[in-house]
Design a protein around this ligand. Sequence first.
Ligand code: NAP
Length: 488
Amino acid sequence: MSGGDMAKPLLGHRSMEGDPHITPASGRTIGVLGSGDFARSLAVRLVCSGFKVVVGSRNPKRKAGLFPSAAEVTFQADAVKKTDVVFVAVFREHYSTLCDLADVLAGKILVDVSNNTEINHHKESNAEYLASLFPASTVVKGFNVVSAWTLQSGARDGNKQVLICSNNQEAKRTVAEIAQVMGFTPVDMGCMLSAREIENIPLRLLPAWKIPIFLALGLFLCFFTYNLVRQVIHPYIREQKNKFYKIPIEVVNTTLPCVAYVMLSLVYLPGVLASCSQLYYGTKYRRFPDWLDQWLQHRKQIGLLSFFCAALHAVYSFCLPMRRSHRYQLIETAVKQAVEKKMNIWVEEEVWRMEIYISVGIIALGLLSLLAITSLPSIANSLNWREFSFIQSSIGFVALVISTLHTLTYGWSRAFDENQYKFYLPPTYTLTLLVPCTVILAKVVFNLPCIQQRLLRIRRGWEKGRYVKFVLPSATGEYSSGETSSNV
Ligand code: NAP
């Protein structure tokens, strides 16, 4: 399923009020088979949305108290007779026990809300199985992606989308109307073949986050090992100094900004590679390699993980003075000073470096927070395309530049200090600068007028070596057409 399909509303944006062709869904009687968690939440939501609800249970007397008083709880056959739309809130393995109801269910719409316990658990989807048991009824798959909890709390909270599919357009439209009246956004997923995919959705664990999380963990592991060697192993081997206490906070805190900074640059690197590809081939119609496509699609998650690491770095840094080791070191320095009778330890350069370093760090974190907040669907939906791209692209790039300043003021002249090369390993910050500086340099080059113009033309459909039709106004104001090479 593509992101585009997900965004396609089933009923469009027109209001149902005042449309003579649409009968108002609210007010009609809806049946619910089953009296479990889902059935109860569904009944509450339907009643609150103005529907009459009739619940079919094997044991109505015992279950009636669990439902709102406005809902009628009766025997299954009795309930089904009173409605044209029946939500089957029963597990797949119990569908066959409903076969006695086949006659009363004939000609009615059955909404299959079921989920499985494993991805692709059965050969056919639950909805197809239900349709095979009740051939005289029309089955619509839907509502399985919302939980009982979301149903109860209403569509204010949680996922608002309800994915719907069926082979019958009319039945699908009816269920979509019901979903809309309940405050959900129905999304047309096409015919019944999509049911399998819809049933798999609730079982997938963060599918879009897997690659970014592995990337973040991989970077964390690499930088952590590198910092561990430099900050702990080196003093232990070379000077027999025990610095292992640094592992939980100091080493982690020098690793987090490295991951955050490199991840931020990895948000913008695929855009640079895509521009290079377009410039090289002179067209925007050539497909990017799959890995680049995937990378472009994961930018939001990579950016959010970058923000997460930066936020952790800020909290860790804030807590550094709370450590006992820090207090001992402060006292030790003070005593040394007293012994050496040093009165003035103020180093002007160091003071300025730290002031600038902390200030740009705070600004970078602020900008990253802005990027993270505007990537949330609820906020992103309130922005137009220009605003969204300005924040994510331009402000994002500024965040990368400011993070680079933060890194440079942290490193200062350490790259030129021989003592900083532990086991011949350069200071960590010099390594982190590689990718971000490449991205910044590439962006500067792409903004040179000659390259920017060419990129703009390519993105408007111009192609290298292609002949295009042109239309020129004549002296009389009329238009004449002809062919020319777009290369000219
Ligand atoms: P549940 O609490 O176990 O309820 C299932 C209901 O099925 C029972 O209360 C029972 O009601 C009825 N039933 C009918 N014939 C049955 C039989 N032969 N044996 C046992 N029970 C029978 O389950 P649930 O959580 O409500 O889930 C119901 C359906 O909704 C499932 O297909 C599930 O995948 C789907 N769903 C649930 C959630 C959720 O958040 N819970 C979310 C999405 C989808 P009576 O005893 O009154 O007949």
